[in-house]
Write a protein that binds this ligand. Structure first.
Ligand code: ATP
Ligand code: MG
Length: 306
């Protein structure tokens, strides 16, 4: 059974609560959401008109894999993951629409910060360091080269902007004001702990996780902080192929490089509603599938069969 490419999903047996750049959230019951990942792809902050085959299924199953691996390595970690099975009440037609790309998760109050952890200096952090010797206002050792590892991974939170707005870098102190002093230190420690465990696991499988963004929620009944959202996927992280890594230059992105190069070549960078040619969508899909296989040791097909 093949999984169709979809950029928009409308389920008839559940109500949609929210829709982000890539996911749609449906209400299952008071405590549960159906977290559905479409095949939408964004590059340079805009969403392409067409989708990437199997991307939603890859992202869903990578996150599910991480929830299992992280739980084993960090026994007291709480996550929002419930099951990859669809909810009992879902109609057959809706089951077909979400097959392979959905998980049930705990509905939680989301802390409005992006818990970003950086293991390597690149992107906006590299630009800031070149100018000021600092990253998010934190002093860094002199002599770091582009894409070299930090002596220790660092926590560089940002605000969580509404759809269409840009996230803003903030200091850990500002993040503490937003999430509350009571939770801030725990969120920072958890983000660093999960990144370190994940990066070590990925490194053994040929992938450098240069940096990543986590989101956390609050279980208001137990006052516990819970790891939510997608986790350590190529969309929420910078994945670099370890065998091509070289310090002192920009690295190729594991998954979006074909698309970025094509957009740049065509002068379409940042333009809305761009349709990718089929070969670009296909090679991008193959990179997502490759990331899945490297991380989990299984093909997506094998994972979907159980
Ligand atoms: P981007 O990921 O590109 O920053 P986005 O976060 O707006 O964009 P999606 O990833 O498409 O969009 O949507 C996922 C949404 O679901 C996010 O707003 C996230 O905060 C929210 N979310 C994740 N897990 C939970 C949860 N357990 N309970 C409630 N909301 C959640
Ligand atoms: Mg998201």
């Amino acid at each position: 059974m093949s999984i169709p490419v979809v950029t928009n999903i409308e389920l008839s047996s559940l109500s949609k609560l929210a829709s982000g750049k890539v996911r749609d959230l449906y209400n299952v019951d008071d405590k549960t959401l159906l977290f559905v990942t479409t095949d939408r792809i964004s590059a340079y902050d805009v969403i392409m008109a067409n989708g990437v085959p199997l991307k939603g299924a890859v992202l869903t199953n990578i996150s599910a894999h991480w929830f299992k691996v992280l739980q084993e390595r960090i026994p007291d970690l709480k996550t929002h993951f419930i099951t990859l099975d669809p909810p009992a009440g879902l109609s057959d037609a809706d089951k077909e629409l979400v097959r392979g790309r959905s998980m049930q998760v705990r509905k939680l109050k989301v802390f409005p910060v992006e818990a970003i952890v950086r293991g390597y200096i690149t992107g906006s952090a590299w630009n800031e360091y070149k100018k000021t010797g600092m990253v998010h206002g934190l002093s860094m050792p002199a002599g770091l080269q582009q894409c070299s590892p930090f002596p220790e991974p660092i926590y560089t939170p940002s605000t969580k902007a509404e759809l269409g707005q840009h996230d803003e870098n903030i200091s850990p102190e500002q993040a503490a004001k937003i999430v509350g002093e009571k939770y801030a230190a725990r969120i920072e420690a958890l983000a660093l702990q999960v990144y370190k465990a994940g990066a070590a696991y990925a490194a053994e499988r040929g992938i450098i996780i240069a940096d990543t963004k986590f989101e956390f929620g609050l279980d208001e009944e137990t006052d516990e902080i819970v790891l939510i959202d997608e986790v350590l996927t190529p969309d929420s992280s910078r994945f670099w192929p370890a065998d091509e890594y070289e310090v002192g230059r920009d690295q190729n992105s594991f998954d979006k490089q074909f698309l970025r190069n094509w957009l740049t070549k065509e002068g379409l960078k940042g333009k809305d509603g761009v349709e990718m040619p089929a070969d670009i969508a296909q090679s991008t899909s193959e990179r997502y599938l490759d990331a899945f296989k490297r991380l989990t040791g299984k093909s997506l097909q094998e994972a979907l069969q159980g």
